[in-house]
Design a protein around this ligand. Structure first.
Ligand SMILES: O=C(O)CCC(=O)C(=O)O
Length: 448
């Protein structure tokens, strides 16, 4: 299972792993109370101009904003959605203070109501219609904030909540809206990691585990498509590819400070705790800026922005990476490839697990120690029993309890320290264990 909304809801074949929305703390705090000083800081002309820009993202007529839902919801919901729509289209220009307040209240009610439905059971059972209601509610809430001329950070947060937990409405209007709002965020509303944050980050690198030559994964420099297909894809053999992402803009651009600048105000799901198999593991929604401050710059405990489709949420970042050419050897379409971001401090651990698709794990910065075990060794790896963690081994790979898991010693592994610029091909169902040795950013491509 994957992180909300930007990922497809977990299906039967999907890895029962991270990102259960029901594990997220519920409902997001509403926007701050009206009338703050910052609200008026930009002046009425700027407020009108922003409103005009935002309004242009919506259909021209009230009927154009169809409010169509892909399933049944309770009877009281549609009249509330229609009332909110009327408030938007009823006003000649920007809604007045009272109209903005009414729109905000309707957004709150619809958000609270649909949030309950989103959290009532397993994510895969949440209906798309309720996720659409949630997205509309976030949209109306964000528009109310803009109409009222209040600080923009809460409106950005509402858009992100809708993107994370809702389903796309009105041609992905929330993604378009957040782009406009983010560009207009005044400096004071953009979180950053503080002056000189990069200098405060601990720089002594952790020593890398020794990779014995006999266990080392093969490395290849820019193999041809045919060579990769015949020698690695078809026989399903893992390999570290070099020289294939050196041209990605992210290799020069991305850093902790860059993420603060580009995405500091954006809300993302963060895993708290070292391993997702631990009892005390949980998830939290927070801004990228807070995540960096709390877990990257001042890391007393482990937080991991893991397995998140960040590039759907922030398309600007998507422009800095590309889909590896080798994915064309697969049978799926390019838009079926799931691209996940993995951003965290040193010491994040993804316990030994397997996924149902081929994977290219690309390392942008930092190093990761990775061990791979063949699916043929599955029975020596002691997968958890039960549906939820059946794709995850019970064994702590770097400190195995051999009394409890005696056959683990029979399992052969290959390993590597994945360095910036390297891409690891992990065949379908290959077991992988990953520990970051530095502050690290990786991008994974799951393809079929
Ligand atoms: O980098 C990590 O922590 C885990 C990556 C992973 O499990 C994946 O790409 O499937």
């Amino acid at each position: 299972m994957q992180v909300p909304q930007t990922s497809p809801a977990a299906g039967e074949g999907e890895p029962p792993r991270r990102g259960l929305p029901s594990a997220l703390p519920g409902p997001p705090p509403g926007p701050p109370s009206p009338g703050s000083r910052a609200a008026m800081a930009e002046g009425p002309a700027a407020g009108e101009a922003l409103w005009a820009e935002v309004r242009a993202l919506l259909p021209g007529s009230e009927e154009g904003l169809s409010l169509s839902l892909s399933g049944e919801v309770e009877d009281c919901v549609l009249p509330l959605l229609r009332r909110a729509r009327r408030l938007l289209y009823g006003a000649a220009g920007r809604p007045c203070e009272a109209e903005a307040a009414a729109l905000g209240r309707l957004g709150d009610i619809l958000r609270d109501y649909s949030w309950e439905r989103l959290n009532a059971g397993p994510w895969r059972e949440v209906s798309k219609a309720w996720r659409q209601v949630y997205a509309y509610a976030c949209l109306f809430g964000a528009l109310a904030e803009v109409a009222a001329g209040r600080p923009l950070a809460p409106a950005v947060r509402l858009c992100d909540m809708g993107l994370l937990m809702g389903a796309s409405v009105l041609d992905n209007v929330l993604a378009r809206l957040v782009r406009v709002l983010q560009a207009r965020l005044p400096r004071g509303e953009r979180p950053d990691a503080g002056p000189g944050s990069a200098k405060r980050i601990r720089i002594e690198p952790l020593p890398a585990p020794v990779v014995q030559p006999e266990d080392a994964l093969p490395h290849l420099h820019c193999p041809s498509l045919e060579h990769f297909r015949d020698n690695y894809l078809i026989p399903q053999k893992p390999v570290v590819l070099e020289g294939i992402i050196d041209h990605w803009p992210c290799m020069k651009k991305w850093s902790v400070d860059y993420f603060c600048q580009v995405a500091g105000c954006r809300t993302v799901p963060v895993e708290l705790g070292t391993r997702y198999t631990d009892e005390e593991w949980s998830q939290k929604l927070m801004t990228v800026g807070d995540f960096i401050n709390q877990y990257i710059v001042n890391g007393n405990s482990v937080g991991y922005l893991a397995q998140h489709q960040l590039f759907d949420q922030i398309p600007e970042l998507r422009e800095d990476i590309s889909i590896p050419d080798y994915c064309c050897l697969g049978e799926g379409e390019e838009d079926e490839i799931t691209i996940n971001a993995w951003f965290g401090p040193e010491g994040t651990i993804s316990p030994l697990h397997q996924d149902p698709q081929q994977n290219f794990l690309a390392q942008v910065f930092g190093r990761k120690y990775i061990r791979l075990y063949s699916p043929q060794d599955s029975e020596n790896l002691y997968p958890h029993e039960g549906h939820i963690l059946h794709n995850t081994s019970q064994v702590d790979v770097e400190d195995p309890d051999l009394l409890k898991f005696p056959n683990f010693r029979k399992a052969a592994f290959q390993s590597c320290v994945l360095m910036p610029g390297q891409v690891l091909f992990i065949p379908v169902k290959y077991w992988h264990y990953v520990r970051s040795l530095d502050i690290s950013f990786s991008v994974s491509f799951w393809w079929s």
